[in-house]
Design a protein around this ligand. Sequence first.
Ligand code: UDP
Ligand code: MG
Length: 352
Amino acid sequence: MTSRVPPPSPVPTETAAAPAAAPRPGAPLLSLVFPIFNEEQVIPALFERVEGVVARLTAGGDCRAEAVFVDDGSRDASLPLLLAEARRRPWVRVVSFSRNFGHQIAATAGLEHAKGDAVVLLDADLQDPPELLPEMVRLWREEGFDVVYAVRTEREGETWFKKATAALFYRLLRRLTNVDIPADTGDFRLMDRKVVDALGAMREHHRFLRGMGAWVGFRQTGIPYKRAARAAGETHYPLRKMLRLAMDAVCAFSYAPLKLATNLGWFIAAGSILYGAVTVVRYLVSAGSFEPGWASIIVVLSLLSGVQLITLGLIGEYIGRIYDEVKGRPLYLVARTAGFRGEPAGAEGPQE
Ligand code: UDP
Ligand code: MG
C-alpha cells in the first residue's frame, strides 16, 4: 500500500460487514473462508449467495461477518473479479498466492488470515451451501460446540466412480488411522477460534485438514446436508490429486503401510521356510529323480523383487515427507492482499 492510494471513506475495518444494523459492541466476528482456483464461472453466483447469508447473519446486529477469499494462483479472471468485489463490499478480503499451492494450503492460508471468533471453511463452487451457516452458528453460540462439521447425506452431480471411491476412502481411513475422522465429512465446517489457532500451530506441509481437525479434539458435532452439484466449471480434483490427498491422509495419520511391509515380510519369510522344508522332504522322498524348476524360481524371484520395491516405495513415501518437513519452507507465499484492515479495498497490499 502506498500514499498514492487515497484512503476510502469510510475506511473498512476488520469489523466491517454488510450491516443491516450497526453491530452491537462485542458482537462476535464470523469469518468465511473460500479457496479459489480458476473459479471465474462461479464467482458471480457465489457472491450473490454469500451476500444473502451474510446479510441474514448480521441483520440483528449481534454478529459481524467477513469473508476471506484465497486465490490459489488462478490463471483465469478469478483474481480481478475478487478484487472488484473487494472494492464494492467492505466485508470482502482477498489473499492472492504467488502460484498454485493446492486446495489444502489455500484453505490453511484462509484460516490464518481470518480474524473471526469462529471460522467457516467452504468450497467456492457452491457445493457447500452457505445457507447452512445460521444453523452452524447457532450450534456454536448456543450449544457451545467448538467444531460443527457438515456430513454429506447425498451427493448430486458426481460420477458413481467419485462417489464409490470417496465412500471407500472414508471407510478405509477410519480403519487405518488412529484418529476418529467422521465418515462422509469434507472440509466444510465451522471452527471456534481455539481450534483455528490449534490448526495454525500444526505446521506440517502435507496437510489433510479434516484429519487434523479431528486430531485436535474439542467439542465437535455434525449436521447433515445434501451436497449439491458444482454450480459451474469443472472439478479441480482429478483422480491423480485425489490419490495424492489419500496418500497424504494415510501417511499423516497412520503407520499402517509400514506395518503392512513388516507383516508382508514375515508372511513371505514364513512361506519360504515352509517351501524349503517341503522341497527337502520331496527331494528325500523322490530319491534322486528330483528335477529343478526354472519357472518357479523366476516367479518367486520376481514376486519377491516386486514386494521389496513396493516396500521401499512405501518407506520412501514417509522419507519424502520427512524431507519436506526438514526443509522447513513456508507453506505458501502471498503475492498481494486486499480488503484487510487499514488497506484500501482492492488495492495492492503489502506482502504478509
Ligand atoms: N481449489 C484450490 N486449489 C486447487 C484446487 C482446488 O483452491 O489447486 C479450490 C476450488 O476452487 C474449490 C475447492 O478448492 O473452491 C474444491 O475444489 P473442487 O470443487 O474442484 O473439488 P471437488 O469438490 O470436485 O472435490
Ligand atoms: Mg467442488
